[in-house]
Design a protein around this ligand. Structure first.
Ligand SMILES: Cc1cc2nc3c(=O)[nH]c(=O)nc-3n(C[C@H](O)[C@H](O)[C@H](O)COP(=O)(O)OP(=O)(O)OC[C@H]3O[C@@H](n4cnc5c(N)ncnc54)[C@H](O)[C@@H]3O)c2cc1C
Length: 407
């Protein structure tokens, strides 16, 4: 076997590479650029990795951040419902999520792969060339360059444009009400404001993120240029927080509030899409897509990296357990099996971008009155299948809430 070629050194590609390596399958990773470039890059994402992802990392022997400064243990949720007082609840997230900057996380995984004898090829190479060298090529790189191979699957992609516009930075000067907690403010019609602890290259800091509904009151900051006038940008951020999340504003020290360094900010928008998960290449070989190359979710439900990790393990099992050939039939079958799990993430994530349905409002109301409901709801972010079964309709919510009746 000439093994598997993996294009991309994000969480999906690296966890797949490490898992195949563990299973004794020959694997080569293809990276666009040297790993040191990643360390010096601007932040592109702020992924929270839930318990199941951390468990997979432990199985791979790469989990390295078992300390409080890299964890979220509680969620403080505020929902503006139109009533004068918002709904509020504090929930325990069990197990805690891990919040490590990918500029720390990804080089750590890549180095583990290399230390164990893994092969890395750096440089831009056509997928067709890579496919010619291996039994199977897996594209795990959500970059634009790979998209031509995997057209959008319209039947699984309800949106044709971004549903949120993002402005998220890594800041100093924000205090926490509850240590190691995340704040999320749901602002119907406007979007969401989040604050979460984050283990960044500058050490423990906080991510402050605006997920703006296009055309709504949070959108302006997503287009403001922090480099052109840093003081004006800072003022605009503080003013928005004061209006839409006043409790959070009270915990920001105006004098000490700043990005951890210039450029530690990500702004932009993505359209949530599911792409065709496999492609036939020129010479009748096939390429599979995983991670963001296959499915791009809006970050709101914090699932993209977790889904990439889940898919990496599931695909590694199919490859290691397969007898070959890794042809079109294998790719088609693998894709169908992986979708069985992934569809829950996609349908839930897409639903959360729309208006708050009454049955989800009911979960929030019960969570505000009963901490057991709050804890269970928040902890289900670690279990997207259960989460989607719960919030997909009134029956799921009724069954979920019935579990707390009478106890
Ligand atoms: C603002 C934001 C917040 C997010 N929050 C969450 C969350 O809380 N939980 C969650 O599960 N998902 C979250 N996501 C989604 C998650 O980041 C992606 O789904 C995931 O990183 C996809 O990984 P991948 O390996 O499939 O593909 P890609 O990310 O496309 O990886 C492929 C290539 O991208 C490069 N790359 C990846 N990350 C970085 C980086 N940080 N800096 C520089 N280069 C990089 C690498 O070179 C790699 O080869 C968030 C995304 C954004 C934009």
């Amino acid at each position: 076997m000439t093994g598997v070629g993996i294009v991309g050194t994000g969480i999906s590609g690296l966890q797949l590479a490490l898992r195949l390596q563990q299973s004794g399958v020959p694997v080569t990773v293809y990276a666009e650029e040297e790993v040191d470039r990643l360390k010096g890059a601007r932040p592109r994402n702020f992924p929270a990795r839930f318990g199941r992802t951390q468990q997979r990392e432990r199985e791979l022997g790469v989990f390295a951040w078992d300390f409080a400064d890299a964890q979220v243990r509680h969620w403080a949720v505020t929902v503006r419902t139109g009533d004068p007082a918002p709904l509020e609840f504090l929930a325990d997230l069990t197990p805690p999520s891990s919040v490590v900057d990918f500029r720390i996380y990804l080089p750590h995984l890549l180095n583990a792969f290399l230390d164990r004898g893994g092969e890395l090829v750096v440089g831009d190479r056509p997928v067709e060339e890579i496919a010619g060298r291996h039994d199977l090529v897996v594209v795990a790189n959500g970059n634009r360059s790979m998209r031509r191979l995997f057209p959008v699957d319209r039947s699984r992609s309800p949106y044709t444009g971004p549903q949120r516009i993002l402005c998220a930075g890594i800041y100093l000067g924000i205090d926490e009400e509850v240590p190691h907690s995340l704040d999320i403010h749901f602002l119907p019609g406007a979007g969401e404001i989040l604050r979460l602890p984050f283990y960044s290259p500058a050490g423990r800091a906080d991510v402050l993120a605006f997920e703006a509904v296009p055309g709504g009151p949070l959108e302006g900051i997503c287009h403001a240029d922090p480099d052109a006038d840093p003081a004006a940008f800072r003022r605009q951020v503080l003013d928005l927080v004061a209006v839409h999340a006043p409790g959070l504003r009270e915990r920001i020290d105006t004098a000490g509030f700043s990005l951890t360094a210039p450029g530690e900010l990500a702004q932009g928008a993505l359209t949530p899409v599911v792409r065709q998960g496999w492609a036939r290449l020129d010479d009748d070989t096939c390429a599979l897509a995983v991670g963001d190359a296959w499915i791009t979710n809006d970050p709101l439900t914090a699932q993209g990296a977790n889904l990439g990790s889940h898919t990496a393990f599931a695909l590694a099992e199919l490859i290691a357990g397969g007898t070959g050939p890794f042809d079109e039939e294998f790719c088609r079958d693998a894709c169908a099996r992986l979708w069985e799990h992934a569809r829950h993430v996609v349908e839930w994530s897409n639903a959360f971008l729309g208006e708050l349905p009454p049955h989800v409002g009911e979960v929030f109301r019960r969570a505000a009155a009963d901490k057991r409901v709050a804890d269970a709801f928040v902890s289900n972010f670690n279990d997207p299948v259960t989460m989607w079964r719960t919030v997909s309709g009134p029956d799921g919510v009724a069954a979920f809430l019935a579990g707390f009746d009478g106890a």
